[in-house]
Structure formats: structure tokens, C-alpha cells
Design a protein around this ligand. Structure first.
Ligand code: FAD
Length: 608
């Protein structure tokens, strides 16, 4: 039996036998790999890339679409995590600040500096309770508000972590009067503001794809270009791990056999590996249970966000993240993402048998927190264009309140003792792991795998540009120059900017494809063309229509999905993905259901 839970929304419509996807074909043709990574969130994909770069024969399976779990539900912050200082998590904060600075350099196409302002309403509060938390790592009772003194202390420490290779300016404080001059809509009794820089990832889904494709490319290079059969880094979405039979690889007598299921066709097949890396996030225990070795590592918490189309709130933020403590002690955020405003988040113990969705209660909480700092700005439910929710893969916690559970990660090992000739796969389970630290974590996990299989690290990922971050223009003047150089036949400046924003410098390869034949923009949006959709279908493992709306583009996030768009995208994808009329209609219905159930987006349109 495979893992069962309610948080797997996208494995639908009904599985149908059909032409085999090439990603599945490559797994089935050679059903062995030295290492199998289970789970295609950012941590699994990051580990896949790192191992592929070392020349390891590695495969990855993701039961839904890449980045559909917690990795697609984050607050989009690439941050040192200033608030973890009060949990005493100095190692994590230091590593996070270093990784934040690194990602600004190696993934500049998606990771951008984020000016962050904390409004502060008191001077000394929280000073006594915070050091106690440093010692106990626990939060007892209602948290005390963090005063200016404490925040100053935290930010100074934060800056000191940034000193080596720092790429962002140091923090500064403003008095209430100056703060209101900078942010006039702020509550009038604000005593100070503290402003510092973190970073945000504008397109986490696409960054995950870039990391994945770097890994696949390294596998092709290792096997020799053009030798797809010998590729040593293979990955497929919509393939789930169902169970483990325990039989070793018949060829080598080592490792274990697992049963995989193609979620788009319902077909199952066996696959063997010496090492299995369980990066299934909040589902780690369920995956271990499916492999016959139950664990109790995880204690995920649910967090939700809303996306608002509210120009007044957008203007009030003045391009900054407003990061502050709400009345219940939770740290919450309001920040502009393009022409929308992201508001989050909650932190409640998750029940994995229940789907993670943003509730009415959470929406009321978000409206309340907006009112806490911007009391004169009206917000209505009609302005919500999208909501999303996910489960943080946190370690099991008992007395500790969700907001104070450690955000650090650890790796749990199960299997034959190191250095023995015991059979059976070694299973490494990842417990925890934030977006921000994915590269360092992947390096750590890959080092553990290399030690298991007796290989040495050949390549460091520390300075290696990711995907379309390679050669990305360093400043606005560079961007303008790039755009001028890449405008052309039927491609105006807007379209060129759109492609650079979506793909980074990988846009060059996309443009080459677009220019290969006649192309036209869709009628329902000027942000996509027919050939670009065909490119995605051929190169980006699109499994369902909804993948394009939520994870290959940000159209759903920005509330731009219409009935016309659903029908038009489905029309174009039907050819390359082999959908007949019934499958096309089922895809539209599925997309409508996913958007309605998990994102509170109602699309009233009939299939045409
Ligand atoms: C509300 C919220 C806000 C957050 N904000 C931030 C932030 O601002 N900054 C930050 O750094 N971090 C943030 N995080 C944390 C961060 O998003 C996660 O810790 C990180 O994305 C976890 O990635 P992962 O790959 O470990 O797990 P996931 O992304 O959850 O990936 C696990 C994958 O495993 C797959 N899977 C499960 N079972 C199987 C199976 N049997 N077979 C195959 N595949 C399977 C799932 O479908 C899923 O895609 C936030 C998290 C949440 C929920």
C-alpha cells in the first residue's frame, strides 16, 4: 500500500493508460540507480542536482508536480531568519545568512534583495523572556511583544553574520516621526521602525525546475551528450513510491526494490537502489511507513497565505516587506510581489489526514493583522485573488508552540551498519530544511550519500550559477541592454522582459525554439504564446493543465486565470500531451477543482 493522506491534491484526474512519458520511459528501461531520491520539493531536487554533479547514478521521483508541497507554499523569503535567534538557533541563522547572500549571486534571476521594515510599538518589552528562550528552546505561555531594544540586539547579531561576503546593506533605525514620513499609512503610535535587507524568491516553482534541469544536464554530460539511455540523472514527476519489497538488485545483490506508480497512467513498476533518500517533507513518516519501517520524526505545522489585489495596500508598503509581531506574538508579513500583496502566515499543528487549505478563520486573522499596522486601509474578501497553504516539514515537537519549533534540519539513517556487507538499501530521511538553506542542505545530504557509496565529492555547488542565473545581467542597465539585444521578429520589449523574468538567461534557448516556426500570443493572455506552451510540454514535464497555471507561470498566483485561458491552454497542450476531447475536458475540470478547493479561485466557465 502506498502512503495515504489528504495532502496530495494534484494526482488526478483518473489515471489513464497512454503513450509512455519519456521521463517514465527512462526509469523503466533501466530500473536501477545507485541512489533514489523520493520527493521533488526543493530539498529533494537540490540533492538530486548535487549528486548528479558528482557523477552519481541518481534517480528522483515526485508523486505530484515538482514543488507542489511545502516548497510551493512558502512565504517566498530567502532569509537569515532573524526571529530564530530568540530560539537560540545561531548555527541555522549563520548558515541561512550565508546561503541568502550566495543565492543572490548564483540565482539572481529569481532571488532578489528584499528591503524589510519592522514597525515597533514598545522599547523594552520581551527583553526578559527572550534570553530564557535561548536557554530552554521552549515557549511557555503567551509570548511577550519584542521591543526595540531586543530587535536592535537581534539585527546587530544578524548584520555580524552577514559580514563575510555580505551583499546587502546593514540595518538602520528610524524614530516614529521619521518612520511615518517614510511609511505614512503606518499606525500612528509606532515608536520606531527598524529596516534591514533580506531576500525573496520571486518564482520558487521555476527555481526548483532550474535546479532539476541542472541535475539532468549534468547526468547527460556524465553519460556523454546525446546518450539519453545512459543518462545517470533521471527524474520524473507524477511517479510515487508505493512500497518496498526488500529484494536486492538481482544484478548486484545489493540495495532494495521499491514499487513505483506512474500517477498519470496507473501503471506500476519495480526499481532498485542502494541508497534511498527520503525527502518527502511533511510526508517523511508516511513514506517510511510505506517502506515498512515506520518512523515518528515529523510534526509538521500548517501555514497559509493570501494574495491581494489592493492598490492602496500595495502603495502603503512602498516596495518593502512589512515584517512584524501580531498581537498573539506570531511574526507575520505583508509584502508586495509585483502588483499584488502577499500576506501571511499562520502556524498551526497540521493533521496530515486533512487537506491543507486556507480557512475563513485564517483570512479573518490576515485582515486583522493588516488592520494592526495599517488601520486606515480597507481590505475586502473580493480583493483576494489567490490563497495557498502548506505543511512545514518540522521535527516532532511536544510542549513547544508551533512558532518556536526548531527550523534546523537533521538526517536520520536506517539500514545496514556502515562498512558492513549487509544487504538492503540504506534509507536517509531528511527531517526539516528550509527553502533558504536548500543548497547547503543538499551538499550535506549528498556528502552523507557519497560516504555510503564510497565516492568522493568532485564539484562544489557553492559558487555554481543555477540555471538561468548564469550570465544574468547584474543591474538595471544590464537588463535593458539584454532586452534590446533580444527583441526581434514579432517580439516586443514587454514580451522579451516577460521571457527574461520567467526563464532568466535560459530565455535564449526558449527564444531559439520560439523562432523555429510561426508563433502567436494567446488570445486570453499576452504573457504566453502557442510555441512557448509547446516548449513547456516538450521540455518541462507538464503533467496537467494546472501545472502551467500554478508552477510554469505565475498566472494563478496573480489571479489571472479565466475560463477562456483554461480552454485555450488546454487546446494547445492537447496535441503534444496526447489529450483527446474527453481528456481535455477532464483537465479543465481538474484545474477548476484544484483552483477552487486549494486556492479559493472560482472559474465560472464551461468547457468549450
Ligand atoms: C507556510 C510556509 C511558509 C514558509 N516560508 C518559508 C520562507 O519564507 N523561507 C524559507 O526558507 N522557508 C519557508 N518555508 C519552509 C520551506 O518551504 C520548506 O521547509 C521547504 O520547502 C521544504 O522542502 P522539501 O523539499 O523538504 O519538502 P516539500 O516541498 O514538501 O517536498 C516533499 C515532496 O515529496 C512528495 N512526496 C510525498 N510522498 C511521496 C511519495 N510517496 N513518492 C514520491 N513523492 C512523494 C510531495 O508531493 C512533495 O512534493 C515555509 C513553509 C511553509 C509551509
Amino acid at each position: 500500500m502506498g502512503p495515504k493522506d489528504a495532502n496530495n491534491p494534484l494526482v488526478a484526474p483518473a489515471a489513464k493508460p497512454g503513450a509512455e512519458r519519456s521521463s517514465v520511459h527512462h526509469l523503466r528501461r533501466r530500473p536501477h540507480a545507485k541512489v533514489l531520491v523520493v520527493g521533488g520539493g526543493i530539498n529533494g531536487v537540490g540533492t538530486f542536482r548535487d549528486l548528479a554533479l558528482q557523477g552519481v547514478d541518481v534517480a528522483l521521483v515526485e508523486r505530484g508536480d515538482y514543488c507542489q508541497g511545502a516548497s510551493g507554499a512558502s512565504s517566498h523569503m530567502i532569509h537569515g531568519g532573524i526571529r530564530y535567534l530568540e530560539n537560540g538557533e545561531f548555527r541555522l541563522v549563520r548558515e541561512s545568512v550565508v546561503e541568502r547572500n550566495r543565492l543572490l549571486r548564483i540565482a539572481p534571476h529569481y532571488v532578489k534583495p528584499l528591503q524589510t521594515t519592522i514597525p515597533i510599538f514598545s522599547t523594552f518589552s520581551g527583553v526578559l523572556s527572550a534570553p530564557l528562550r535561548f536557554l530552554a528552546h521552549k515557549q511557555h505561555g503567551k509570548p511577550k511583544e519584542r521591543g526595540a531594544f531586543l530587535i536592535k540586539l537581534g539585527l546587530s547579531l544578524y548584520d555580524s553574520f552577514s559580514r563575510d561576503g555580505g551583499t546587502v546593506p546593514r540595518h538602520h533605525f528610524r524614530s516614529g516621526e521619521r518612520a511615518r514620513a517614510e511609511l505614512p499609512s503606518l499606525r500612528s503610535d509606532v515608536k520606531y521602525t527598524a529596516t534591514y535587507f533580506d531576500a525573496s524568491v520571486h518564482n520558487p516553482e521555476r527555481l526548483t525546475l532550474d535546479v532539476l534541469q541542472d541535475g539532468e544536464k549534468a547526468g547527460h554530460a556524465a553519460a556523454g551528450e546525446g546518450n539519453a539511455q545512459g543518462n545517470t540523472a533521471r527524474a520524473s514527476n507524477y511517479v510515487s513510491l508505493q512500497s518496498m519489497t526488500g529484494q536486492p538488485n538481482p544484478g548486484t545483490g545489493r540495495g532494495s526494490t521499491v514499487r513505483l506508480r506512474d500517477e498519470l497512467t496507473g501503471e506500476e513498476f519495480d526499481f532498485t537502489a542502494d541508497v534511498i533518500v527520503n525527502t518527502t517533507g511533511a510526508w517523511v513518516d508516511l513514506t517510511n511507513e510505506a517502506m515498512g519501517a515506520a518512523s515518528t520524526f515529523m510534526g509538521g505545522t500548517k501555514g497559509s497565505h493570501i494574495v491581494l489585489d489592493n492598490p492602496e495596500l500595495l502603495a502603503a508598503c512602498r516596495g518593502r516587506e512589512i515584517f512584524f509581531e501580531h498581537t498573539d506574538g506570531r511574526i507575520v508579513l505583508i509584502y508586495p510581489m509585483g502588483d499584488r500583496v502577499l500576506v501571511g502566515t499562520t502556524d498551526v499543528d497540521a493533521d496530515m489526514a486533512e487537506a491543507a487549505v486556507c480557512t475563513d478563520e485564517e483570512i479573518a486573522y490576515f485582515f486583522d493583522l493588516i488592520n494592526h499596522v495599517f488601520p486606515d486601509i480597507a481590505v475586502t474578501r473580493e480583493q483576494i485573488v489567490y490563497t495557498f497553504s502548506g505543511v512545514r516539514p518540522l521535527p516532532r515537537h511536544d510542549a513547544t508552540q508551533p512558532g518556536f519549533v526548531s527550523r534546523d534540519y537533521r538526517i536520520e539513517r536506517r539500514g545496514p551498519a556502515k562498512g558492513t556487507e549487509g544487504t538492503g538499501a540504506v534509507v536517509l530521511s531528511l527531517v526539516g530544511g528550509k527553502w533558504t538553506t536548500f543548497r547547503a542542505l543538499a551538499e550535506h545530504l549528498a556528502n552523507d550519500v557519497l560516504a555510503e557509496i564510497g565516492m568522493e565529492r568532485k564539484v562544489s555547488t557553492a559558487q555554481l550559477p543555477i540555471g538561468g542565473g548564469a550570465g544574468f545581467p547584474a543591474d538595471e542597465a544590464g537588463v535593458q541592454k539584454w532586452i534590446k539585444a533580444h527583441m526581434g521578429a514579432g517580439r516586443d520589449a514587454d514580451r522579451t522582459v516577460g521571457l527574461l523574468t520567467r526563464y532568466g538567461t535560459r530565455a535564449e534557448a526558449v527564444m531559439e525554439y520560439l523562432d523555429g516556426a510561426r508563433d502567436r500570443l494567446l488570445h486570453s493572455t499576452r504573457e504566453l504564446s502557442v510555441r512557448e506552451l509547446e516548449f513547456m510540454a516538450a521540455n518541462e514535464q507538464v503533467g496537467h493543465l494546472v501545472d502551467v497555471l500554478i508552477r510554469r507561470t505565475s498566472l494563478a498566483f496573480r489571479g489571472l486565470v479565466t475560463g477562456e485561458l483554461l480552454n485555450e491552454v488546454a487546446d494547445v497542450l492537447s496535441g503534444p500531451l496526447g489529450w483527446d476531447a474527453a481528456a481535455r475536458a477532464a483537465e479543465i475540470t481538474h484545474a477548476q477543482e484544484v483552483l477552487q478547493r486549494f486556492h479559493r479561485v472560482e472559474i465560472h466557465s464551461l468547457v468549450t
